[in-house]
Design a protein around this ligand. Structure first.
Ligand SMILES: [Zn+2]
Length: 132
């Protein structure tokens, strides 16, 4: 979690909006399960399990992914609504299909950032339309 601005506004995007923007919108709208289900069908993988509470030895982190039980662990329930962390951990899930953890931290951050950028662009586009 570094270098990403906190998104100032929350907006519910319609299904016409690009996929990544809608996923972020769903997470911020407190529908992380729907977001994870849509992400999983988009990438044709099984949805990950979610557990609140970190495994032993990981308590200093806010999130982690365990490939052996296909589970995203989050330190606190509020992190379910943090698109950056959720998407970062989903990337590990995506890259762990059928094998060991392959995705690097850098790539997981890039994956999450792309979603946030598209969401930000959607917001900017909307504000353009709405200005007088
Ligand atoms: Zn990671």
């Amino acid at each position: 979690m570094n270098g990403v601005k906190v998104i100032p506004r929350l907006l519910r995007l319609t299904p016409d909006y690009p996929f990544k923007a809608r996923i972020v919108s769903l997470i911020l709208s407190k529908e992380p399960e729907r977001a994870l289900n849509q992400l999983s069908s988009h990438y044709r993988v099984q949805a990950p399990n979610i557990k609140i509470g970190m495994p032993k030895g990981q308590t200093k982190r806010r999130g982690c992914y365990s490939a052996s039980n296909r589970t995203i662990f989050l330190s606190h329930r509020d992190i379910l609504y943090n698109p950056y962390i959720l998407l970062h951990e989903f990337y590990h899930h995506l890259r762990s299909q059928g094998e060991k953890h392959r995705g690097t931290e850098k790539l997981a951050n890039e994956f999450a950032r792309e979603y946030l950028v598209e969401y930000q662009e959607a917001l900017e586009h909307i504000s353009e339309i709405c200005s007088p």
